[in-house]
Design a protein around this ligand. Structure first.
Ligand code: ZN
Length: 130
């Protein structure tokens, strides 16, 4: 649990091209109401609850989760997804949607870690500037 795990989760959502999850988390972090989020992200109540509770579980602190999400999401913009149309473009494996995060965790740990480290570096630099 903690910062590293939450960033890891966000990075893998981006690498897996899960725009819906990132939409839900971004809007929730900005204090939008669930109803607006369902509409804007084309999400069900189940999806909304699922991604929110996953993110909180990673961080272990509901309040900090939203602060971290706000700071980290803009830094994901530079990351290109590697799972596109249910296929991993690195190892050319066909991947069922629900297995994408596990695939990234177990097969492409190096890529995920590289992105996590870059993001932590950027966050530290920002804090140092303030
Ligand atoms: Zn792969």
């Amino acid at each position: 649990m903690g910062l590293h795990e939450l960033i890891d989760y966000l990075v893998r959502l981006k690498l897996a091209n899960n725009a819906k999850a990132l939409c839900i988390l971004e809007m929730a972090a900005n204090g939008e109401s669930p109803r607006r989020i369902y509409e804007a992200c084309d999400a069900t109540r189940y999806e909304f609850k699922h991604y929110l509770s996953k993110a909180r579980e990673k961080m272990g602190d509901g309040f900090k989760t939203f602060i971290i999400i706000k700071h980290v999401l803009p830094l994901l913009d530079n990351i290109q997804p590697i799972i596109i149309n249910n296929r991993c473009i690195i190892c050319n494996t066909s991947i069922y949607y629900a297995d994408a995060l596990n695939h990234l965790h177990y097969k492409h740990r190096d890529i995920v870690e590289k992105h996590i480290n870059k993001i932590i570096e950027k966050l530290v630099k920002r804090i140092a500037r303030n």
